[in-house]
Write a protein that binds this ligand. Structure first.
Ligand SMILES: N[C@@H](CCC(=O)N[C@@H](CS)C(=O)NCC(=O)O)C(=O)O
Length: 208
């Protein structure tokens, strides 16, 4: 298999944490999605990372679809179930993961749109402020759930999808917007992120 990725994308990190937790440790093939890398172009019409090319050549794109594929092909009890077992668990995990994904999209949208509008600034435009509001509100909402998302034993128990997305959001916000005074303080999310670095899936995939 070939995992087409870069070193900064939060979508890459979501897929990769899930892959590692499911026992699929594939070294990243680093590509620049903005440079129209031929391998990425041919595997993914959208030319975006992450893209996972399976051994039979089938390309999988979209981080959450890669996770659906993992759930379908690497099932419990052999592999950890990342999306919850009971209807109540699945409902709560999906709801919280959705909050994080919305904010991850808002943050990536902000970074990308800055490239489009430069040298004119984007962040203070009405749409830029709307994206900022999404990031702030998502962090504040997830802060309330941090305890629910923290596994009983972070060393031994893999994160579920909601925790994966919340950790990826928290760390990406620090990476891209850590110097901004509008970034809310979210100590419980910070604790979740730090505690879960006990797992190599989280520790070894931090953006850089
Ligand atoms: N919905 C996609 C988003 C992937 C995405 O936007 N990747 C960005 C990097 S963070 C990218 O490759 N952008 C290149 C482009 O938009 O042309 C997913 O979940 O995988």
């Amino acid at each position: 298999m070939q995992f087409l990725a870069n070193t900064t994308s939060p979508f890459v990190r979501i897929a990769e944490i899930a892959m590692i937790e499911k026992g699929l440790q594939i070294e990243r093939t680093i590509v620049d999605p903005w440079a129209d890398d031929a391998r990425l172009r041919s595997a993914n019409a959208a030319t975006r990372v992450p893209t996972l090319v399976l051994d039979d050549g089938t390309p999988l794109s979209e981080s959450l679809l890669i996770i659906q594929w993992l759930e379908a092909t690497r099932k419990a009890p052999q592999w950890p179930c990342l999306i919850g077992e009971t209807p109540a668990e699945v409902r709560a995990i999906m709801s919280r993961a959705g909050i994080a994904i919305g904010a991850i999209e808002a943050s990536v949208h902000t970074i990308i749109t800055r490239k489009v509008t430069a040298p004119a600034p984007f962040d203070e435009t009405p749409v830029g402020l709307r994206r900022r509001r999404t990031m702030v509100e998502a962090l504040q909402r997830l802060e309330e759930f941090a305890g629910d998302m923290t596994p009983s034993d972070p060393v031994a128990v893999p994160p579920k999808l909601d925790a994966i997305c919340a950790i990826v959001l928290y760390d990406y916000m620090q990476f891209r917007f850590g110097d901004k005074d509008w970034l809310p303080s979210t100590p419980a999310l910070q604790m979740l992120s730090v505690k879960m670095r006990a797992r190599s899936s989280v520790n070894d995939t931090q953006p850089h």
